[in-house]
Design a protein around this ligand. Structure first.
Ligand code: ADP
Ligand code: MG
Length: 692
């Protein structure tokens, strides 16, 4: 019998097609295969007669082959097999494409189960195309059952996947359940082994859903435990109390080039209160793009320096780290000479005592070791000796771009004195409350809803066909006014992951055509950091009019003079991502616009129009969820990592139960020593990090 940890080689009697399937999915263990969940199910569980069969729904029929033949003459490379099938209530036309062997397998007179969906064609009447069939005497894998529909890869056939999974399930041993029995019973869940059986070989749709719920519960529980155990670890270690200098705080706020909004003040104040405690702060600062989170972070970092300690800020990209370095120095200008060290893999630059210099790695390490400094960087900060020993505040910007581990690594890395820093985690991805509780259940949340005053709405327009000229005209017009424009292009080609080709070709096309004569810059993922930087800098300084980029510009880039955002192939992006992208403009009191260019129609186009109607990121997020509906798997987009396969955004009750169970488990036993299998799963999640 098979165990989940067994190698796929242990599965008995696999045919060549099944072996190929395993290879193309890259599955190594039985567990890897079992975790490959069906996307949906076709319900063939009720056998009906031809006379009663409804049109447009999957059905299973028990029929006899009346006649079968090859359709002559059609297009050359396609074989069409046409058959007439019969039961006591009538007959049905069936066609199969490219399955010439059926002539032999289905001779007239043979009895089969036939599963598929009957369509009505005005010209031919009722007809089924490409139905699945089983001889009547075999125990059918699909016919007469609820058939899982797996996401297919390459040339693997659905039938192969179904048979492969059926084989695994047949041979699956009852395994010990990682979930304590009392929790399983109170929550009314199947055992894990039963859940696998239910999901891969359900007798009814109801049972399949029960199986999915159990697997979803595990994912949610493990995720909550991962967050919770990080929180417990931090609490146990304790944090340095950061003393609050009120006079300095007032001076800092007064020296800013703008008044803080009420929401910014509230978020800062909540953090100040937290940071005075010895229990580590763990706060999520949620604010739509352009709401001004950076200045809140700068304020807190500056207060930390004032209190005699160090602070670190981690950003997901170099461009952003450098921009934060600039902002921080600008905000600090009036109130003090806090040293700032910018740390990326390509550069270590220090501003201290009125001087600016580039450091060698060992010099940077030495300076860091001295402490009392503000460090800003990419994940280079997570390398050894890159955090000052007296770091009292760790800020993670755009935290959803990092995995839980990276986010935690900053906050849980103990200082030489054993304490851990306070954590401020910032995100521009607004998510509905139920989700926030699940994904950030361990964090206190501050929200910045207000936009800084004087900000104009971003006018958004969806353009198709010849109307796209309007967008190019707008770019030209804005550049005439000394404003700047972004053009974002989607990655069209799978082999072009970094967008080199898409962006380069688009730049060529625009420079030769609609944007002729403008100064155009190019930004994509393959460019060396120094070049990326140079281009960004030129764009920020106005040496370039238009920046053509892939989604590299999605995160946080701040160029107040940019007033047009043009997005090509907009239907290829999620709503939340489009909202993020358009947040690159509208960062001043100038009127800004966003053009979504698309050749889509129908629902895909309707979806884009949501962005014409609202500028509120929370509304966009809710709409996005509703549109994607019930089947929406809790995604990478929300969690920053692909740890969820079964859990859906609609599993509100499971989220609540899993949260409660996680708290109970951790209260009883912080180290999870009594539930070793769960502990292993938790550690795995904490190690999974988001890959860009
Ligand atoms: P995000 O929240 O997206 O990170 P930023 O912190 O980059 O936003 O801020 C966007 C822009 O708004 C920056 O140019 C910043 O200086 C400016 N800003 C921030 N707060 C205010 C405010 N209260 N009033 C006016 N401008 C502000
Ligand atoms: Mg930002």
């Amino acid at each position: 019998m098979l165990k989940t940890g067994d190698s796929v080689r242990e599965i008995p009697e696999l045919n060549a097609a099944q072996k190929r399937a395993i290879k193309s999915y890259g599955a190594e263990t039985v567990g890897d295969l079992l975790d490959m969940l069906p996307r949906r199910y076709d319900d063939y569980s009720r056998t009906v007669s031809i006379g009663d069969a409804p049109i447009g729904q999957p059905v299973t029929l028990k029929v006899r082959v009346e006649s079968i033949g090859k359709q002559p003459g059609f297009r050359r490379r396609i074989t069409i097999i046409r058959a007439s099938l019969k039961d006591s209530t009538g007959s049905l036309r069936v066609i199969w494409f490219n399955q010439p062997w059926l002539l032999e397998k289905l001779p007239a007179g043979k009895e089969i189960f036939l599963s598929g969906t009957i369509q009505f064609r005005p010209k031919f009447g009722r007809q089924m195309s490409n139905p699945i069939w089983e001889p009547i005497d075999s125990e059918g894998v699909t016919s007469g059952t609820v058939a899982p529909v797996y996401p297919l890869m390459g040339s693997v056939a659905q039938k192969t996947m179904r048979e492969l999974m059926a084989r695994v399930i047949e041979n699956l041993d009852e395994a010990p359940d990682p979930l304590p029995a009392d929790i399983r019973e109170t929550c009314g869940l199947l055992t894990r082994t039963d859940a696998y059986k239910a999901v891969h070989r359900p007798r009814t749709l109801g049972i399949a859903e029960e199986g999915r719920r159990r697997l979803a519960f595990d994912e949610l529980l493990v995720y909550r435990l991962a967050l919770g155990s990080a929180r417990h670890e931090a609490d146990k270690a304790g944090a340095p109390s950061v003393s609050f200098d009120e006079r300095f705080a007032k001076r800092f706020v007064a020296s800013l080039p703008f008044p803080l909004t009420d929401d910014q003040r509230r978020a800062a104040w909540a953090s100040i209160l937290d940071m005075q405690q010895t229990r580590p702060m763990r706060r999520l600062l949620q604010g739509d793009v352009g709401s001004g989170k950076t200045v809140v972070a700068a304020f807190l970092m500056s207060l930390t320096y004032r209190a005699g300690e160090s602070a670190a800020l981690m950003a997901p990209t170099e461009i952003l780290a450098k921009q934060h370095g600039r902002s921080l120095r600008r905000f600090l200008q009036e109130t003090g000479q806090a040293p700032v060290l910018l740390l990326t893999s390509s550069e270590k630059r220090l501003w201290e005592g009125g001087e600016e210099k580039t450091l060698k790695l060992h010099e940077a390490r030495e300076r860091i070791r001295e402490g009392r400094i503000l460090v800003i960087g990419t994940h280079a900060l997570l390398e050894r000796d890159m955090l000052p020993p007296d770091t009292a505040l760790a800020v993670v910007d755009e935290q959803h771009r990092f995995g839980v581990t990276q986010r935690e690594a900053l906050a849980v890395a103990p200082r030489p004195d054993g304490l851990v820093p306070h954590l401020l985690s910032m995100t521009a991805t607004p998510i509905p409350r139920s989700l926030a509780l699940t994904l950030y259940g361990d964090l206190d949340v501050s929200v910045i809803r207000q936009k800084p005053s004087g900000r104009m709405e971003i006018k958004t327009k969806v353009l198709t066909g010849a109307d796209r000229e309007q967008a190019y005209a707008a770019v030209v017009a804005e550049v005439k006014k000394s404003h700047r424009a972004f053009v974002v292009c989607p990655i069209i080609d799978e082999s072009d992951k970094l967008g080199v080709k898409s962006a380069t070709e688009e730049a060529k096309r625009l420079a030769a055509g609609p944007l002729k004569g403008l100064r155009i810059g190019l930004l994509h993922g393959r460019m060396p950091p120094a070049d990326k930087d140079g281009v960004m800098q030129s764009f920020a300084e106005g040496l370039l009019d238009v920046l053509i980029a892939t989604t590299v510009v999605e995160v946080g880039v701040d160029v107040p003079e940019a007033t047009v955002m043009l997005i090509e192939g907009a239907e290829r992006f999620g709503l939340a991502q489009l909202h993020q992208l358009r947040g690159r403009v509208g960062r001043s009191s100038r009127v800004s616009s966003c053009y979504l260019l698309s050749d889509a129609d129908g629902p895909a186009l309707e979806r884009l129009k949501v962005l014409e109607r609202t500028n509120d990121g929370f509304v966009v997020a809710e709409e996005d969820l509703q549109r994607r509906g019930e089947g929406n798997v809790l995604g990478t987009e929300q969690s920053g990592q692909a740890v969820f396969r079964a859990a859906r955004t609609s599993d509100i009750d499971l989220m609540a139960m899993a949260g409660k169970a996680a708290d109970e488990l951790l209260n009883k036993d912080t180290e999870l020593a009594q539930v070793p299998e769960l502990h292993t799963l938790v550690e795995r999640v904490r190690k999974t990090s988001h890959q860009e």
